[in-house]
Write a protein that binds this ligand. Sequence first.
Ligand code: 4NP
Length: 151
Amino acid sequence: MRILFICLGNICRSPLAETILNAKLAAAGLHAEVDSAGLIAYHAGEQADPRMRAHAARRGYNITHRARQITQTDFFRFDLIIGMDADNQRALQQLAPAQTAHKIRTAVSYCDKFRHADAVPDPYYGGDAGFEYAIDLLEDACDGIIATLQH
Ligand code: 4NP
């Protein structure tokens, strides 16, 4: 299984999701290929946002990903392409080659505790609470992804 997380900049939400899922896969003794990418190239090559890395580190997650922009090849290479909000979903649907559009999911569709959440909101322009909420949502979503892999 190959899983690609997508957000706008690939410096906050999707590298967090990648890191959380890798940690949960290891804890569950499962293997999958996990990566993340952004819809925009603006931050390509950068480490994740220092605020995101600091909040994640306090929860035990070490984000090492370097940002990159999604490519057409990604739609063929990965089995699941998981976006963070409605803007991401719209952009992914527009970019996806038709025969790959069925791979697109939204992170909150895997949530259980936060099953009423409709997006993982962009924390970039907000304060500490937004980064903490992104971690809460994506831990819940990654638990749900792990459950689907175990069945
Ligand atoms: P992300 O957050 O999509 O979770 O990585 C953002 C980071 C940067 C920008 C937007 C969102 N930006 O416009 O630079």
